[in-house]
Design a protein around this ligand. Structure first.
Ligand SMILES: [Zn+2]
Length: 475
């Protein structure tokens, strides 16, 4: 695959380190401490079926394009329709698109990713996982497609073999309470030692405005045998499913609410609100109040069962109505919102803020809250920790901003290391590598400015890459 005219693909060993020689030399030494550490991935969205069935991935398009909304949202923004790529529709059907044609469309548009984290990750995958040495463009599209697709048919590229090659110590997926976790049970029963765990994501049975709410609530009742139309039965159903998730390895819950609002209603008031919700009579304000109350109920259950709570607020989901109607959720049309934490979290923190058994990890898509709200909160309340720069902010620049804005109030040890939060399995080593390199660069600067000794930085960088996520997520 050395077509005349094709451009070389290389990964510079100093990428993401400072160009200043003193800082770069320190960053290189720090990176030597973490480059080969196992990957701890406590939050993500890979498909447990991959590891249960261990079937080969079908082709380059199914593996690298279809599951990755970071990629197809950029193509969509430049006029490529999701049907041209063969992205599934909401009803489960798919346009009849040759996967090779979809790949060519992707390759023709690959320049759109220049300078973005997607290009950092994808080029890392092409270079390190598939051994490709020329760049992806229209002229190399077919060679890429053939080489990747052929590799995927070999034993070394089966999901479990890749999991081992990527040196993943633990990988969390995310499931809803209405799901059976059959794939997780299969993985456990198979005798394969790979540690794939689940996380409890109850949005579909907590958010009355979620389009799946009525169906999910019905399944929730069927799976638990509880009367989920009564407040007490509904709460019992949560307790039961949380215990079941924990039995399949879950150590955390995750809550993707529009806002970080919490509430602490009197029990009778909460019951009355719930009755309105299940009768379909809650207005928008009552739906928000119910989600808010449920965060506090989830915190109460976490105090009992030890599941670490994550709140991922601040996204206007499915902003493009036509795309949502045609293709459903997670189509790259989610847009960040301004988010308040100080007032929003007060009801929950009034009740549980000093509770030593509660661990609550906060994320944001509103960077203005880091230095003003989140770092001071996490730098005070023992239960609060800061999740890493997330989603729209998992680029190197945003990771720098995260450290710069949180270090003074929260330090490093109120943060929880890195989450790849990805559906794109192949990109997991690339994403962790970027996070490790950025932390090395940040620490190298502190060392070069004599704000930190290099031996302290060498310990810190290992903590950030490995020990903090394990401790924060009780792994
Ligand atoms: Zn996530």
């Amino acid at each position: 695959m050395n077509d005349v005219g094709s451009l070389p693909l290389s990964l510079n060993p100093d990428r993401l380190f400072a160009s200043d020689p003193a800082q770069r030399a320190i960053a290189r030494r720090l990176y030597g401490e973490v480059a080969h550490l196992p990957i701890v991935s406590p939050h993500g969205h890979t498909d447990p079926q991959w590891f249960a069935g261990n079937a080969p991935f079908a082709n380059a398009t199914e593996l690298l394009l279809i599951p990755d909304h970071y990629v197809f949202r950029m193509l969509y923004s430049q006029g490529v329709r999701l049907d041209e790529l063969g992205i599934a529709r909401a009803d489960g059907s798919r346009a009849a698109v040759d996967p090779r044609a979809a790949w060519r469309t992707f390759a023709r548009h690959f320049h759109l990713f220049r300078g973005t984290p997607s290009s950092l990750w994808l080029n890392h995958v092409f270079h390190d996982v598939f051994d490709l040495r020329v760049r992806l463009d229209a002229s190399t599209a077919d060679d890429y497609y053939d080489r990747i697709t052929a590799a995927l048919q070999t034993a070394a590229f089966r999901p479990r073999a890749l999991f081992e090659r990527f040196n993943i110590e633990v990988l969390a997926t995310t499931e809803g309470p209405e799901e059976t976790l059959a794939h997780h049970a299969t993985i456990r029963a198979s005798g394969w030692p790979g540690r794939v765990i689940t996380a409890y994501r109850p949005d579909a049975v907590i958010d009355p405005e979620h389009e799946a709410f009525p169906h999910a609530l019905r399944r929730f009742g069927e799976l638990t045998g509880e009367d989920v139309h009564s407040w007490a039965g509904y709460l019992n159903a949560h307790r039961q499913r949380r215990a079941f998730f924990a039995s399949l390895g879950a150590t955390s819950t995750d809550h993707g609410h529009v806002s970080a609002a919490t509430a602490d209603l009197a029990p009778e008031e909460a019951r009355r609100l719930f009755d309105k919700v299940v009768r379909g009579q809650a207005d928008a304000g009552e739906a928000e109040l119910f989600r808010a109350q449920m965060l506090t109920e989830m915190a109460a259950m976490s105090v009992d069962d030890g599941l670490v709570m994550q709140i991922h607020p601040g996204v206007f989901r499915n902003h493009n109505r036509a795309v949502f109607e045609r293709h459903g959720r997670n189509m790259g049309a989610d847009i960040p919102l301004p988010t308040d934490y100080v007032r929003a979290l007060r009801p929950l923190l009034d009740r549980f803020g000093d509770e030593p058994r509660l661990r609550l990890i906060l994320f944001t898509l509103d960077e203005s809250t880091y230095s003003r709200e989140l770092a001071p909160l996490a730098g005070h309340y023992p239960c609060l920790f800061l999740g890493p720069a997330w989603w729209f902010h998992d680029a190197p620049e945003s990771m720098w901003r995260f450290r710069e804005q949180t270090l003074s109030s929260a330090g490093f040890y109120n943060t929880v290391g890195f989450n790849d939060d990805t559906r794109a399995f192949m990109s997991i080593p690339a994403r962790h590598d970027v996070a490790r390199r950025v932390d090395c660069a940040v620490l190298a600067r502190l060392v070069a400015e004599h704000r930190l000794e290099e031996d302290e930085a060498a310990q810190l960088v290992v903590d950030l890459a490995y020990h903090l996520p394990k401790r924060a997520y009780r792994l």
